[in-house]
Structure formats: structure tokens, C-alpha cells
Design a protein around this ligand. Structure first.
Ligand code: DX5
Ligand code: ZN
Length: 217
């Protein structure tokens, strides 16, 4: 099975993103957390930053929009060249319309579910998406603890993807470490976001350790 490790630059040095990208050359994608201080109680950066990152990053960008009104803002990130753009189910007005727009522009379309959001209503929409992000912490901050209680939901989505024969990546985000990644892999995740676990140590060593822990579950 393919294992993707997407380091989150939320845990990187904000004054040196270009240099930080050089330390994660073995990553599959770079996870970019956009927070607007409305959908989540924290603020990071927005479109101009992503446009510039896209120019300097040798690694494709995996944009996670923790913002209100993604219907209005998400297409801009796809136009900037992000490989994937994931918006929150709790914030979007027209998930299918927005996913189609993102795909038309050329990005992979992702939908994210907060820990308390049930997946059932979205299962029939799976063919419209390239990625489902099951949040394993409450979105807003790095460095929180993995919530194993989200695993039945991940398993449900994984089963639905498999049953329908779809190529939808299953992503987990929040508290992913060498100790928790196996739990998520076992439940069906194939794409793992890790912020503090990667940037806390030597990033390329951490990425290798996460990759090994995910595949040996
Ligand atoms: C949390 C963000 C995550 C965050 C993960 O709201 O969506 O991407 O960077 O950080 P860690 O890996 O430290 O939990
Ligand atoms: Zn994220």
C-alpha cells in the first residue's frame, strides 16, 4: 500500500519556509494549514503566502483550509497551483459544486471532517473527491494528542472507498507520531500529516521513521 507523509509547515520556522522545505525533501506533499481565526480560533497565512510557496517549493502543496466560506476562497488556492485543496464539510455551502470547480482548475479536491462530524452523509459524495481528511484532533493548533475515537469513522470511510472501488486518498491530521501512525494506517489511512513529529527532530529521519511505522502496522 502507498504511504504518503505530508509534513505540516505549521510546525516549521515561519521566517524560513524555503529553507525548511529543503529539510523535508523526502516528503510526498507539504501540508499547508490555512486558518482564518473564524472557523478555528487561530490565524496563520493566506493566499499570497501560498502563491509564493508554490513558486519555491519542489514538493507539491497539500492545502488544508480551516476557513469560513471556502466556496469563495478555495478556487484561488487551486489556481495558485496547489496539488490538493481540502475544505471543511462544516464550513462549505456546496461541497459538490466546489469539488468540481477545484478539479476543473486541476487540483485534487479534498473534504475534511472535524472529530465530531459524522461521515455518513458524505459517503455518497465520495466519487466527487480525491481525498477525505479525517481530523484526529480539533483543528486549530499543532502539538495536540491523537484522538483514537475518530478511528471508527476512518474505517467507515475506508470501507466505503474500497467497496466503491474508488481511488480516494484517506488522510489523517493531528497528533500523528511514530506511536500513533500505525493505528491510523491499520484503520485505513494512507496519507499522514505530521507537524511537530517531523520538525521536532531531524525532519528526514522523522519522515523515514513515520513511513516505517506506518507500513509495519
Ligand atoms: C491542526 C492542523 C494540523 C497540524 C498538525 O489544526 O490541521 O495540520 O499542523 O500538527 P501536529 O502534527 O503537531 O498535531
Ligand atoms: Zn492540517
Amino acid at each position: 500500500m502507498t504511504t504518503r507523509i505530508n509534513p505540516s509547515i505549521l510546525a516549521a520556522d515561519f521566517a524560513n519556509f524555503e529553507r525548511e522545505l529543503g529539510r523535508i525533501a523526502t516528503a510526498d506533499l507539504v501540508h499547508v494549514d490555512i486558518m482564518d481565526n473564524h472557523f478555528v480560533p487561530n490565524l496563520t497565512f493566506g493566499l499570497p503566502m501560498v502563491e509564493r510557496l508554490q513558486q519555491v517549493s519542489p514538493i507539491p502543496l497539500d492545502v488544508h483550509l480551516m476557513i469560513d466560506d471556502p466556496d469563495r476562497w478555495a478556487p484561488g488556492y487551486a489556481e495558485a497551483g496547489a496539488a490538493s485543496v481540502t475544505f471543511h464539510a462544516e464550513a462549505v455551502a456546496d461541497p459538490v459544486g466546489l469539488a468540481r470547480r477545484l478539479r476543473e482548475i486541476g487540483a485534487r479536491a479534498g473534504i475534511a471532517l472535524k472529530p465530531g462530524t459524522a461521515a455518513e452523509a458524505y459517503l455518497e459524495l465520495l466519487p466527487e473527491f480525491d481525498q477525505v481528511l479525517v481530523m484526529t484532533v480539533e483543528p486549530g493548533f499543532g502539538g495536540q494528542s491523537f484522538m483514537p475515537e475518530t478511528m471508527p469513522k476512518l474505517r467507515l470511510v475506508a470501507d466505503a472507498v474500497r467497496a466503491a472501488g474508488l481511488d480516494v486518498w484517506l488522510q489523517v491530521d493531528g497528533g500523528v507520531t511514530v506511536d500513533t501512525i500505525g493505528i491510523a494506517a491499520e484503520a485505513g489511512a494512507d496519507t499522514f500529516v505530521a507537524g511537530s513529529a517531523v520538525f521536532r527532530g531531524v525532519p528526514e529521519e522523522q519522515i523515514a521513521a513515520l513511513r516505517a511505522a506506518a507500513s509495519s502496522h
